[in-house]
Write a protein that binds this ligand. Structure first.
Ligand SMILES: *Cc1c(COP(=O)(O)O)cnc(C)c1O
Length: 357
């Protein structure tokens, strides 16, 4: 049977999708002995409460049934930890799932999604998938965010701000976020994927302003990137709308049980955070001693640029030594390397390689 030419089906695809580049996540090499400092995963194993929680679900008949669409046990546990009622919380298959739900809920095709740059590049892809316009407001060179971010625009439907930001690791202070939220006429998502590593967060603003939505991830601070779990906090009438848009069973029974156990283990989180923050300090100081500009970070990675050396060859020389960092290049801003905070041994090996290079 002759197969149709490869181009035939492509012509059936929505033209805007065919034109879309698609989001390219950081390299995930399978196998090999890599020191992986490129995708902001946590270098430590998750809370010891996670394994037994998964085993208990796997042993019974729970997996034969559909999971709880609302992840009620997680919402109750998170409610106790965060100090908001369960109906202020919606769960997602990773926080990326929640970002998709938010775009689908608030942004109609042709409307504008605003974000800052350099930042998380998935926001642009999500706007493209929705047929929306993505407007990127540049950060100032010192990573502050100007009033352009709240400039009026009739088609403005949603604003996304990663805080702490990636790749810079910088934080827009909560008071500034409060001002921005008051002036923005649209829904305002503060993406706190790295919030547990930072000195402050914006949950309080959700109580004051129903346009503010905070998203959180289990991939970074809980060491559960492979699990896929995240949640968003918003006022209950906003959550009710988001629930209409999500897939019925967007979180599986294993991840609900695991995330519930993980968020309940506050001692593990505090200990992990302390280790990451200490190694982050050491990495930042060592990069500065090597002549790099290392931005003071509130996350689990450090953004580094060199005043005179090109950055890409450094990324390549590290890769040749089985060390992966993320080289990122932002038009109209420039490039740099983003180094995830690994274990002390990983950072020592990285720094030894940097001294050779
Ligand atoms: C990693 C990351 C996410 C995605 O987190 P998942 O829960 O793994 O989907 C969202 N936003 C930012 C800024 C991130 O860096």
């Amino acid at each position: 049977m002759a197969s149709a030419p490869a181009s035939a089906a492509r012509r059936l695809v929505r033209p805007d999708i065919a034109a879309l580049a698609g989001y390219a996540p950081g390299e995930q090499p399978q196998g090999g002995d890599w020191i992986k400092l490129n995708t902001n995963e946590n270098p430590y194993p998750p809370s010891p409460a996670v394994g037994p929680a998964i085993a208990a679900v796997a042993a019974g008949r729970t997996l034969a049934k559909y999971p709880d669409p609302l992840a009620t046990v997680f919402r109750r546990q998170a409610s106790a930890v965060l100090g908001v009622d369960p109906d202020w919380i919606i769960c997602g298959n990773g926080s990326d799932d929640l970002l998709t739900i938010l775009v689908r809920t608030f942004v109609a095709a042709g409307q504008c999604l605003r974000t800052a740059t350099p930042s998380y590049i998935l926001y642009r892809t999500l706007a493209g998938l929705q047929g929306a316009v993505c407007e990127e407001i540049p950060f100032a060179r010192d990573w502050t965010l100007g009033d352009d971010f709240v400039a009026p625009r009739p088609d403005l439907a949603l604003a996304f701000l990663a805080n702490p930001n990636s790749p810079s690791g910088t934080l827009v202070p909560r008071e500034r976020i409060r001002q921005l939220a008051e002036r923005l006429p649209c829904a305002f998502v503060v993406d706190e994927a790295y919030g547990d590593f930072a000195e402050e967060h914006c949950l309080d603003l959700v109580r004051e302003n129903d346009r503010v939505i905070v998203t959180r991830s289990f991939s970074k601070s809980y060491a559960l990137a492979g699990l896929r779990f995240g949640y968003a906090v918003a006022q209950p009438h906003v959550i009710a709308e988001l629930l209409k848009v999500k897939d019925s069973y967007n979180c599986d029974a294993l991840s609900i049980a695991a995330a519930t156990a993980a968020i309940g283990d506050r001692a593990w989180l505090a200990d992990n955070r302390a280790k990451i923050v200490a190694t982050r300090r050491r990495l930042t100081d060592a990069m500065r001693a090597l002549g790099w500009n290392a931005v003071e970070s509130q996350a689990n990675f450090v953004w580094c640029t060199h005043p005179s050396r090109p950055h890409r060859p450094v990324y390549e020389a590290l890769k040749a030594r089985d060390i992966l960092v993320r080289w990122m290049n932002y038009p109209a801003w420039g490039d740099g390397i983003r180094i995830t905070v690994g274990t002390d041994a990983e950072i020592d090996a990285f720094l030894a390689a940097m001294r050779q290079i």
